[in-house]
Ligand binder design. Sequence first.
Ligand SMILES: CC(C)(COP(=O)(O)OP(=O)(O)OC[C@H]1O[C@@H](n2cnc3c(N)ncnc32)[C@H](O)[C@@H]1OP(=O)(O)O)[C@@H](O)C(=O)NCCC(=O)NCCS
Length: 184
Amino acid sequence: MADGAEVRLRPVVESDLGMFRRLLTEPFLIGLDWSGFEDAQRPARRFAQDGYLGEQDGRLIPEVRGQVCGLLSYRRGLYGGTATYWEIGIVLLPEWRGRGIGWRAQALLSDYLFSHSPVQRIQAGTHAENTAEQKSLVKAGFQLEGVVRACEFRAGAWRDGYLYSRLRDDPAPVVTPLPDQPAS
Ligand SMILES: CC(C)(COP(=O)(O)OP(=O)(O)OC[C@H]1O[C@@H](n2cnc3c(N)ncnc32)[C@H](O)[C@@H]1OP(=O)(O)O)[C@@H](O)C(=O)NCCC(=O)NCCS
């Protein structure tokens, strides 16, 4: 990866579906969020339906110099009957982790969602042991709100989640180009 490379987001295209299938069928590729084998045909059905650009949820692809790094997700939620918000998620393929792409991609997705929808709030959850995602969210402009107790069943047990948020008027980080790194 050469100096000055930027993280860019784009919609899903058909050639991304192989990666989506891998994430549903290869244990541990997804990281801590692995929740068992899932229907590998689902991504193709969803892509045919709306290209993963739905009103309630969607996905975008983070790229560096045209290379696919993983996926970003967003899902609409509702507080108090009227206050809609987005919950975002991210998975980078293992070879793209630890290079500064995660926080940049999540900052860019937040900017995109604030630009194209009137929500006041974007939230993200992660695990107590996921130090990389906790740091990545803070660098993307998110703040820790608290611990949501026993909110997910994962790896044989009910586990706590850490809830983060970024509000529309919170300071947005400057998304700089990636630092110089060895060629991938
Ligand atoms: C979590 C994830 C998105 C983070 O993205 P990333 O590009 O790897 O991390 P970033 O480059 O944004 O790093 C952010 C910070 O975390 C640190 N970090 C990165 N990997 C780390 C690790 N394995 N352990 C501890 N800290 C780590 C970085 O050093 C950086 O901190 P610094 O600025 O103090 O140096 C990515 O690793 C990933 O996709 N993991 C698997 C899927 C996953 O866990 N998704 C989130 C589910 S909630």
